[in-house]
Write a protein that binds this ligand. Sequence first.
Ligand code: SAM
Length: 282
Amino acid sequence: MPDETAQQPPQIGINLDIHRPHSARMYDYYLGGVTNFPADREAAGRALDAFPNIRIAAHANRGFMHRSIRAIAALGVDQFLDVGTGIPTSPNLHEIAQRVNPAVRAVYADNDPIVLTHAEALLNSTPEGRTTYVQGDVRDPGTILDAAAETLDLSRPVALSMNALLHFIADRPGHGAADIVAAFTARLAPGSYLAISHFTPDFEPEATARLVEVYRNSGTEAQARTRDEIAALFHGWRVLEPGIVSTPRWRPDADIVTVTDQQASCYAAVARLDRSAPTRPV
Ligand SMILES: C[S@@+](CC[C@H](N)C(=O)[O-])C[C@H]1O[C@@H](n2cnc3c(N)ncnc32)[C@H](O)[C@@H]1O
């Protein structure tokens, strides 16, 4: 029986490279979406064998995104830059922030062209606010920030979110995840916020190592990081309460379904830039 809910390749002039698994489409599959192709589902099946709780982890990660964006918007921030957006999954970031303040502006960025083909779901801003989409790679912060500056005023605070993104960046001298965050930080105004969630080996080392291997074998860079390595991403930032904790433990809603640290295997934190970006030690 053909799977009638499965996504058909869109008839557009963009190469989606559907015969190779992509992290955005695998994640969409974990979340129960239909924007994925057989190669993605096969790789996602291997990922589920390696790390059986991956669907729970993906939903717990989305829950962190919802709560952190709500909290940051409630602090009065009205500009958001979301890098590694993923395939739209309702509610999207701007919908959450615009429920707090309809005038919020949000810029989305991802390097996977499939996100671009679904960008209309990200562009349904309130009339008072504005949303735009940038096709860009987090390893090229200047291009993303220059494009974002057409919608956001970078001389004012911006909330930068990098959720479930930086574990797809392997560290290389001078080009690691911390270098990338530092490059974004250097262009942000004091009073900006940074939200990061990141896969970790700290709770389930063997299953995590197997999962990283699945991604690498399917052609995607991957690196799980320890709590200390994730703390280093926040150099120059003041991490807000409750600190760097597993995604379900970050300011849980009263009615949250209990997810364990092992199931989530993902750290999350929100931080504030109190002063201008510091120079990093070399
Ligand atoms: C696991 S999804 C996370 C989606 C969303 N941020 C969330 O937390 O629900 C990771 C996303 O990062 C994107 N991504 C991976 N590497 C990237 C890169 N180098 N530059 C920009 N986006 C990237 C993928 O295309 C994918 O959409």
